[in-house]
Design a protein around this ligand. Structure first.
Ligand code: NI
Length: 183
């Protein structure tokens, strides 16, 4: 296993739509293991493949590092498809390993229904609410090239701009490996 450098805002791969995979081979399983190691090393609760510079449609979520979610099992979603979202929305403060030291309120649907393949290539379906729904929607966004700044009002984005420029310039202090320069 290996800890991989995390791509940050400004890296083009984060703006690319990822591609569904046809076959879950050893290379894919290796990538997923590395994603878990990379995410845990950075104390993250979710990570999408393009955050480690892969264009595969995969993300992982593990809330169990948080006190209130200790019993929530980690989930690996391959080729996820959002089937339904609630009209009800929730506002919660979010961060992202690809946006170091940036936190802001983001409005998202409160409930999400998603189908995906697990690592045994079985189709699974999950309906989630609360923090799990939030993280799934955040990670799914990564797979379609979207990030937090795309989900806030223009005036909020404007306020974040200085921080975003610092992130692009690698001026933010980060406690985990990130890509050294713009990818
Ligand atoms: Ni993120």
């Amino acid at each position: 296993m290996a800890i991989l450098p995390i791509t940050v805002f400004g890296d083009r791969v984060l703006r690319q739509k990822t591609n569904p995979i046809n076959q879950i081979d050893d290379q894919t399983i290796g990538l997923i293991r590395n994603m878990y190691e990379t995410m845990h090393n950075a104390y993250g609760i979710g990570l999408a493949a393009n955050q480690v510079a892969s264009t595969k449609s995969i993300f992982i979520v593990d809330l169990s590092v948080m006190d209130d979610y200790k019993n929530v099992k980690p989930v690996t979603m391959i080729n996820p498809v959002i089937l339904e979202v609630s009209e009800e929305v929730e506002i919660m403060e979010e961060g992202c390993l690809s946006l170091p030291n940036l936190r802001t309120d983001v409005e998202r649907p409160a409930i999400v229904k998603v189908k995906y393949l697990d690592t045994d290539e079985n189709e699974q379906m999950l309906e989630a609410d609360d923090l799990l729904a939030r993280v799934i929607l955040h990670e799914y966004d990564h797979l379609i090239g979207k990030m937090i700044p795309d989900r806030v009002e223009p005036k909020v984005k404007k306020k974040l701009q200085k921080k975003l420029n610092n992130i692009i310039a690698r001026k933010e202090k980060v406690d985990y490996p990130i890509t050294e320069r713009k990818l």
